[in-house]
Design a protein around this ligand. Structure first.
Ligand SMILES: O=C[C@H](O)COP(=O)(O)O
Length: 336
């Protein structure tokens, strides 16, 4: 069984011109007038998020194509206290070939080079990932800045970014100081993010807002806009360690900020939901949100990533079911 040859809404594999690292957000001066007056209605956001994913359903070959696309957008992640060189190496092997050769052939994609979007690890694991991914073009993303709480002094947080960049990370997932948002100290938040972006150099910066800690959707919108103004290349929902991680109403609020920022500045910022996503259905729901709110360009890995440690296995199972009519046991897809 093969995927449809012509896929008007979603292609299985991104084109070269759309590869990661295509462009950067230069940012703007801090402009509180772009966000201070904006109110976000919680129940309206919840309603919109709920109807978005029920109104549009993606079936059969189209669903398979979307799931293959989702794989190319995954930041395959391990962020555990017991991470080892061996675990990171195994994850990188999976990143290089996320689908078994027979399954890829059964989907009619044997000629395609399908990889995940990036591998995301702690700073001291970066050298292991860089070594395992050399020559593949798959970027290594490193968390930094005292992940997950971000409560170490700024010089140390900036030094950590530089360490990860020097070790070969092409993307840095920083965490913000939540207190700056909770006390509405936009200048402090902006200056901190600017310094972090500077420390990133050529590496792309993903700003983790830890939205589960930000109390209100209004704060989520404001923090998103400040991160965009400070030059974040992506804004990311969560560390995966908060009590509430990636959820659709929060994602909707963040992508609306990305949309407003583009309208006001002409610049593009990517989006990364992360944390707690485990199923193929989660991946489809986020892709639907992106397509409906920002358009097809935001369903490509240069503008969209799914931060997940254990979603790939379920996507493989669904693709296997599509190709063979049978579900494999989930333990066969234990890794990631
Ligand atoms: O940035 C990615 C997250 O830490 C992954 O969270 P997860 O383990 O819940 O998938």
């Amino acid at each position: 069984m093969i995927l449809p040859e012509k896929q008007p809404t979603i292609q299985a594999v991104p084109q070269a011109a759309e590869a990661p690292h295509a462009s950067r957000n230069a940012g703007t001066a801090l402009a509180p007038e772009w966000f201070e007056h904006v109110a976000v209605n919680l129940s309206a956001a919840e309603r919109r998020a709920a109807t978005l994913v029920t109104r549009r359903t993606v079936k059969k070959a189209w669903q398979a194509a979307w799931l293959v696309r989702a794989i190319t957008c995954i930041d395959l992640t391990t962020l555990s206290g017991d991470d080892t060189a061996g675990r990171v190496h195994r994850l990188c092997m999976k990143a290089k070939r996320p689908l078994a050769a027979e399954l890829q052939a059964a989907l009619g994609l044997q000629e395609e080079r399908i990889t995940v979007g990036a591998v995301c690890v702690y700073p001291t694991m970066v050298p292991h990932a860089v070594k395992a991914l050399r020559g593949t073009g798959i970027p290594v993303a490193s968390v930094a800045t005292g992940f997950p709480a971000g409560l170490t002094p700024l010089p140390q947080r900036l030094a950590e970014i530089r360490y990860a960049v020097e070790a070969g990370a092409g993307e840095i997932d920083i965490v913000i100081t939540r207190e700056h948002v909770l006390t509405q100290n936009w200048r402090a938040l902006y200056d901190e993010l600017r310094a972090m972006r500077e420390a990133c150099g050529q590496a792309h910066m993903k700003a983790i807002l830890a939205t589960g800690d930000l109390a209100t959707l209004r704060n989520v919108y404001r923090a998103s806009m400040v991160a965009c103004q400070a030059g974040a290349d992506f804004i990311k929902t969560s560390t995966g360690k908060e009590a509430v991680n990636a959820i659709l109403p929060v994602g909707l609020t963040m992508v609306r900020a990305i949309r407003d920022y583009q309208a006001l500045s002409g610049q593009v910022v990517g989006f990364k939901p992360a944390g707690g996503m485990r199923t193929a259905k989660d991946a489809l729901n986020w892709l639907i949100l992106m397509k409906e709110e920002l358009g097809t360009a935001w369903t490509m890995p240069d503008r969209f990533r799914l931060g997940a440690s254990s979603m790939l296995g379920d996507i493989e199972r669904q693709l296997e079911h599509f190709a063979t009519g049978r579900y494999s046991a989930s333990h066969r897809h234990a890794l990631a």
